[in-house]
Design a protein around this ligand. Structure first.
Ligand SMILES: *[C@@H]1O[C@H](CO)[C@@H](O)[C@H](O)[C@H]1NC(C)=O
Ligand SMILES: *[C@@H]1O[C@H](CO)[C@@H](O)[C@H](O)[C@H]1NC(C)=O
Length: 270
C-alpha cells in the first residue's frame, strides 16, 4: 500500500522534473545535446505563445505567424508548423519552419531559435526546404514583444533563410543574486549592534536595575563620545571658535584618565 503510494509520488515528481513544457520542440541532431535542451528550457515561459507580423512586399502583403514550440494551424491533427507565411490576397499558406526540426543556440543576451523542414522552395535556393531563424534578444521589460521579420534571404544558391527578431526577458543572462562581501559585513555589523543594544538594555534593566535612559548600555561612554564628536565638529566646522577653553574640552588628558574607570564600575564583580 505504502510502496504503491510512494511510487505514485515518485512518478509525479519525475513528471514534474522532466519539464513537459517544451517537449513539442524536437531538437534534431546526431545525438541529443544537454546544453541545447537547457537553452530550450529557458523558452518554457513562452510555450505556445503566438506572434504575428504583417509585411508589405510590393503589391502583396504577407502575415507571418510564429508559435513557440507549437503548431500554427490548429486542426484535428497535431500540427508541427511552428512558423507560417500567409499571403493576404490569396490566403496561400506556406510553412517556413517546423517544430519537429528545432535547433537552438544562445549567447550572453540572446537566444536563436531555428525551425527547419519548412515547405520546399519552388525555384529558388536549389529547391531546398525553407528555414526560419528567430533571434530573441534580451529585454527585461517584457516577457515577449516586438515580433518582426528582418529579411528573407533567398537569392543564394543554398542555405536560404527567413530571419525574424523578437524581444524577451527569457533571453536575459541568468542573474544569481549573491551578496557581496561588503553587504555581508554590513549585515553582520548591524546584527552585532542589535545584540549589543538589546543585550545591554536587558543587562542594565534586570541585573543592574537601571531606569529610564540609564538602561541604555554604556550610556556614560556614549554620552562622552557624543560630546567628543560634537566638540570635534565644533572645532572643525565653526569658523570662529567660541573659546579655546570649551572647544578643546573633552580631549584633555584629565578626562581620559577618569572616565573609562567610572563607566565600567558596575561590570566589576562585587
Ligand atoms: C517533420 O515533419 C514533417 C511532416 O510534418 C516531415 O516531412 C519532416 O521530415 C519532419 N522532419 C524531421 C526532421 O523529422
Ligand atoms: C546559454 O544557456 C545556458 C543554459 O541556460 C547557460 O548555462 C549558458 O551560460 C548560456 N550561454 C551564455 C554564453 O550565456
Amino acid at each position: 500500500m505504502y510502496s504503491r503510494l510512494l511510487c505514485v509520488c515518485l512518478a509525479a515528481v519525475t513528471v514534474m522534473a522532466a519539464d513537459p513544457v517544451v517537449e513539442d520542440c524536437i531538437l534534431t541532431g546526431d545525438k541529443k545535446s544537454a546544453s541545447e535542451q537547457a537553452v530550450l528550457n529557458r523558452l518554457a515561459p513562452l510555450k505556445h505563445k503566438r506572434f504575428d507580423t504583417t509585411v508589405q512586399d510590393g503589391a502583396d502583403s504577407y502575415t507571418y505567424t510564429f508559435v513557440v514550440c507549437g503548431g500554427v494551424q490548429s486542426g484535428d491533427k497535431i500540427s508541427n508548423d511552428g512558423l507560417v507565411q500567409n499571403k493576404t490576397k490569396t490566403q496561400e499558406i506556406t510553412v517556413i519552419g517546423r517544430v519537429n526540426d528545432t535547433h537552438v543556440l544562445n549567447g550572453t543576451d540572446w537566444i536563436l531559435l531555428i525551425y527547419k523542414s519548412g515547405d520546399k522552395y519552388d525555384s529558388h535556393c536549389d529547391k531546398e526546404a525553407r528555414k526560419a531563424m528567430i533571434m530573441i534578444s534580451c529585454n527585461k521589460k517584457t516577457l515577449a514583444d516586438g515580433f518582426t521579420i528582418i529579411n528573407e534571404q533567398r537569392e543564394k544558391m543554398s542555405e536560404c533563410f527567413y530571419l525574424f527578431e523578437m524581444d524577451s526577458s527569457v533571453a536575459c543572462p541568468i542573474e544569481e543574486s549573491h551578496l557581496s562581501v561588503g553587504s555581508i559585513l554590513l549585515i553582520v555589523f548591524a546584527v552585532l549592534i542589535g545584540i549589543y543594544i538589546i543585550g545591554g538594555f536587558l543587562y542594565q534593566r534586570f541585573v543592574v536595575g537601571a531606569k529610564g535612559m540609564e538602561q541604555f548600555p554604556n550610556i556614560i561612554f556614549w554620552r562622552e563620545l557624543g560630546n567628543l564628536v560634537a566638540d570635534g565638529c565644533d572645532f572643525v566646522c565653526r569658523s570662529q571658535p567660541r573659546s579655546s577653553e570649551t572647544a578643546y574640552r573633552g580631549v584633555g588628558d584629565d578626562q581620559l584618565g577618569e572616565e573609562p574607570e567610572e563607566r565600567d564600575d558596575h561590570l566589576l564583580p562585587m
